[in-house]
Design a protein around this ligand. Structure first.
Ligand SMILES: [Mg+2]
Length: 443
């Protein structure tokens, strides 16, 4: 008898001629080379801060990473982690799971194992290179993230101004106007996801134009648009004031720092300020990840920088965000599961505490491509497979993916939609031009 499990398609992998292959062959080594350069360029500051010990840590990290790059490029077996970080055991156990999936007992390796796994593994190995003091707190991607934030200043200012102006007259807004504003902020957060430094291998990828003005032109690139369902889910929790049901708890599983984080904060500010949500919980990474992903430091740095802006409206946003955090209306959380290679359908078994935390949410927004890959297991699904089925039992709460497409997995399309796109634009899944607002509500 064929079970559901048998019908789960295979994982995307560099072993097939594909975008995964090109990523492992070209993009990942380029990122490692940039990491090595960054560490090397910081040699003097390591010396100034830590003396000779800093210099030997720099040398050690560079030699470790050069070796890693060579292992990758020559398709060597994936090695167990040797550091003593909390998550090392989980990673090393995961190698065995991957080994069990290999044909003919071949070793788990860069070009033969699932792309999702080896790409996550590379970022974890970068962390291993920096594990030992005194440079263990060094964020190799910090410069790129900082640059992306500053280069998007104009866009940030126009977004913050738009929000504060809107909130000034919020009492007079009709429900339709409120819905319209919600769509705008949701879409800005969606397109903010274009600003991803890992996909451009660290090249400038900031937002320079006014994001609100571009929305109408971008509308036709949204392949799945469940915005109205997201709105309904939030509205259903809007009881009359003073009743039990007075606004939702929204969880945002973040992707990138820089401009994208600003768009997420603005969306969260809107949701709280108009009473659509009573609490927003942000989820970020425990260590630097996929070049531009948000860590705790990035999160707080971004809010402080926004607050310190010379621009009145931008600074007002920063002040408000700080207040939300202080009052506990907003909170930041990290969990090692977000930086493990696991598909999200593993979460209930492998990170039961996180799963049950998410079960208390009314709406979880998953930002970006990597979250989507993990939601769907990064598998070779038919485009018409329903999103709910690709989640394979992962539904802690109503959830929505806000993602611009940068990897070749996409489910929940209309029949023919994928074929049409492929015939018009063969790279539609990886050019970062299309987006989705894809919602799923557990039965
Ligand atoms: Mg990212």
């Amino acid at each position: 008898m064929e079970t559901d499990q048998d019908k789960t398609p295979q994982s995307l992998s560099a072993k097939f001629e594909s975008f995964a292959y090109l990523t492992v062959r070209d993009r990942l080594p380029t990122i490692l080379t940039k990491v090595i350069d960054t560490i090397h360029r910081n040699k003097n500051s390591f010396f100034e801060e830590h003396g000779e010990e800093g210099v030997s840590a720099e040398k050690r990290a560079i030699s470790f990473l050069s070796k890693l790059r060579n292992e990758l490029q020559t398709d060597k077996p994936v090695l167990p982690l040797t550091d003593e970080a909390e998550d090392a055991a989980a990673w090393n156990e995961y190698i065995h799971r991957q080994q069990d999936l290999m044909e003919n007992k071949q070793p788990v390796s860069w070009f033969k194992s699932p792309w999702l796994y080896v790409e996550c593994y590379m970022y974890r190995r970068i962390q291993e290179a920096l594990w030992l003091p005194p440079i263990c707190d060094f964020d190799v991607f910090k410069e790129a993230k900082t640059q992306s934030f500053f280069e998007s200043q104009q866009a940030t200012i126009s977004l913050c101004t738009y929000l504060r102006d809107l909130l000034t007259g919020v009492d007079k807004l009709t429900e339709n106007q409120l819905f319209d504003a919600f769509l705008k902020f949701l879409q800005v957060s969606l397109w903010g996801n274009k600003c991803d430094l890992s996909i451009s291998a660290g090249q400038d990828n900031s937002q320079k134009s006014s994001p609100i003005d571009s929305l109408a032109d971008l509308q036709r690139f949204i392949l799945v648009d469940d915005s109205d369902k997201v709105w309904s889910a939030l509205m259903a929790l809007q009881g009359s004031v003073g009743t039990e049901k007075s606004g939702a708890r929204v969880d945002i599983v973040l992707d990138n720092s820089g401009f994208e984080l600003v768009t997420d904060l603005v969306l969260a500010d809107f949701l709280i300020s108009v009473g659509q949500a009573k609490e927003v919980r942000f989820h970020g990474k425990c260590f630097p990840w996929f070049v531009s992903d948000v860590t705790k430091k990035d999160f707080h740095w971004t809010i402080s920088q926004t607050m310190a802006s010379n621009h009145r409206q931008m600074s007002a946003c920063g002040v408000q965000w700080k207040r939300f955090l202080k009052e506990g209306v907003w909170s930041y959380h990290d969990h090692q599961f977000w930086t493990l290679p696991n598909e999200f359908c593993d979460m209930r078994a492998d990170a039961a505490d996180l799963y049950s935390t998410l079960q208390a949410s009314d709406l979880i927004l998953f930002k970006g491509d990597l979250n989507y890959r993990k939601l769907t297991g990064d598998r070779d699904w038919e485009h018409t497979v329903p999103f709910g089925r690709a989640l394979r039992g992962f539904h802690p709460a109503p959830l929505c993916s806000l993602r611009t497409l940068k990897a070749n997995v996409q489910v929940g399309l209309q029949s023919d939609q994928g074929e049409k796109l492929t015939s018009q634009e063969p790279d539609w899944m990886t050019v970062g031009k299309y987006g989705i607002v894809q919602f799923f509500c557990p039965p």
